[in-house]
Design a protein around this ligand. Structure first.
Ligand SMILES: [Zn+2]
Length: 564
């Protein structure tokens, strides 16, 4: 997912009016996982609509296996659905059920064991206020500007508003969809389009199959009147779905998709994991884009009206989720940074390959700047591991995205570029089609680099905030020593460290030239005495911007007069 650029601009605007530093202590919540008693294998979702009263007719088969013997009663997530029937297949056996809140509670005919596949078919209707969104046609002076649409949004937990499911990221299943739409409309969904069938009632049914297991929230469809522009990368078909008459946008907005796939394959060493990649624009989308597996959805306003560099970042961000988010998926919402921090970092990684290091650093610097502003106006802090995570839109924030991206950059600089990509390759291959947590990433980084990274993950992932450094400098011409008093002045709270560990390159300029001095800052207040031949005219902390998430104030140089 990408946060809309408008939203980001709001944050910048807020800076002009508000600049207060406030942090409040938060209690870390260590376990965000959900208890699961079964393993869904496959969903078959058949969907049709009454467009006039915005009703969805659903017919979903959930195929699951128990995790333990004696499996008879269980629950699925299902919100605001009117169930016509729940049957066990084959045999068409009625299943006793009751609904309450956002759940359906089921009692099977007998106890089942983990070797048995249970196939349950649900028929229902719903008028969802989440999960599926109906968009009316746009008509001006009797002329249709844009046809009506119906589309889904699953993340964080909205899939269970349109199909009964285990709606949490830690269970991956394959999926198959049959979507019945008006003749003349197109349905775009996950995986391969197997067939389009014309029905007698002037409707058409699209049949898609996603043969690779994925988390529930990545299940999606888009229905509307579209013109498809096709391309390919290696043997992977690429589809760009635009409104009729706007086909020329495809090359401008999506023309680099192939380059991005190649760059991401080269960097990660992992081939694009699926058999197609579609990108579709929709109206009234809440976010910039959403990485529905093999079928990314994007806000039409973002694609049609934003400057090319913003569109490029959106396209590369969503594509990067094919590896970070869709192939390996955060186990729970507290670990969302493993999806979003990486997708944000990959925007910069693509830029580095295409336009060079300066453009890469510009992007990282901008992400860091957004985080500083957000942190200044936000009432509470959380780590990249989000101790405040709730299953709603509050988790899609600047800490998880922009700070996440900047921390991934610092991680890369800490372990070295070669080790970093080696670790990414280990991490992706080891956990592909599964879920991940921060320790999985840490382990891969430690293996590839041979370094202990507890300190790094402790302060940058589980901790919060960022270091604020104040430097006092004196130079003694007699002893030729530059004395630096480095104080960390960040306000301490439950997750913000009293002292960050900061391996820091200091560039010192004198009349004779420049030299780099490596120091490791690790205390609240610390002195460093450095031999410097001649009066320093300038010092720069972290010239190569390895640690963008910091503020540094350097006081003017004081000369110490030699006495006597
Ligand atoms: Zn994203």
């Amino acid at each position: 997912m990408q946060i809309k650029i408008q939203f980001r601009l709001v944050i910048f605007t807020l800076l002009l009016f508000l600049f207060s530093f406030s942090t409040s202590a938060q209690t870390p919540r260590p376990n965000f996982n959900r208890v699961r008693t079964f393993d869904v294998q496959n969903y078959i979702i058949r969907t049709s609509f009454n467009r006039l009263n915005k009703t969805v007719y659903g017919d979903t088969t959930v195929q699951l296996k128990p995790l333990k013997d004696g499996f008879k009663t269980f629950e699925l997530d299902a919100a605001e659905m009117r169930f016509e029937s729940v049957k066990l297949e084959p045999g068409n056996i009625d299943v006793a059920f009751k609904t309450s809140g956002e759940k359906i509670y089921l009692t099977l005919d007998k106890a089942y064991s983990p070797t048995e596949l249970i196939s349950l078919r649900f028929k229902y209707s719903t008028k969802p206020n989440k999960g599926i969104y109906f968009v009316d046609a746009e008509i001006e002076d009797g002329k249709t500007i844009r046809n009506a649409q119906v589309w889904t949004q699953g993340e964080a937990e909205e899939a269970h508003f349109w199909f009964p499911s285990y709606d949490f990221p830690d269970d991956k299943a394959t999926s198959e969809q049959f979507i019945t739409v008006d003749k003349g409309e197109t349905a775009i969904a996950n995986g391969e389009l197997l067939e389009e069938v014309e029905n007698a009632d002037n409707t058409k049914t699209f049949h898609y199959k996603m043969p690779v297991p994925h988390s529930t929230y990545l299940t999606s469809f888009v229905v509307g009147t579209y013109s498809k522009v096709s391309d390919s990368y290696k043997n992977i078909p690429l589809g760009f779905y635009l409104y009729p008459g706007q086909e020329s946008v495809a090359q401008k907005s999506y023309g680099k998709t192939k380059d991005m796939m190649r760059v991401f394959e080269e960097l990660t060493g992992v081939a694009f994991p699926y058999n197609k990649y579609d990108q579709t624009i929709v109206a009234n989308f809440q976010f910039g884009g959403m990485e529905n597996i093999t079928a990314t959805t994007m806000a039409d306003t973002e694609i049609l009206f934003n400057p090319p560099e913003i569109v490029e970042d959106l396209v590369s961000h969503e594509l990067a989720h094919s590896w970070f988010g869709d192939l390996v998926t955060c186990r729970n919402w507290a670990e969302l940074w493993l999806n979003e921090g990486f997708a944000t970092f990959m925007e910069a990684a693509y830029r580095e390959r295409m336009y060079g290091r300066d453009d890469y650093l510009r992007k990282i610097r901008e992400d860091a700047a957004q985080y500083f502003v957000d942190d200044a106006i936000k009432k509470s802090r959380h780590g990249l591991f989000n101790q405040l995570a709730r299953p709603d839109n509050s988790i899609f924030d600047v800490t998880t995205y922009q700070k996440g991206g900047a921390v991934v950059h610092t991680l890369r600089e800490t372990v070295g570029t070669e080790n970093f990509w080696k670790a990414i390759n280990i991490y992706l291959n080891r956990h592909k089609f599964q879920n991940v947590e921060t320790p999985d990433l840490q382990k891969a980084m430690e293996e590839a680099s041979g370094k202990d990274l507890n300190w790094f993950f402790g302060q940058w992932v589980y901790g919060g905030g960022y270091p604020k450094i104040n430097v006092k400098q004196t130079y003694n011409a007699a002893t030729k020593r530059l004395n630096l008093t480095v104080a960390q002045t960040q306000t301490i709270d439950k997750i913000t460290p009293r002292a960050f560990v900061l391996p820091m390159e200091i560039e010192i300029t004198t009349a004779a030239g420049t030299k780099i001095e490596m120091v490791e800052i690790k205390k609240r207040v610390e002195n460093f005495s450095i031999k410097v031949e001649g009066k320093p005219t300038k010092i720069v902390f972290d010239k190569d911007e390895k640690i963008p998430l910091k503020s540094v104030k350097i006081q003017p140089l004081i000369m110490v007069k030699a006495k006597g």
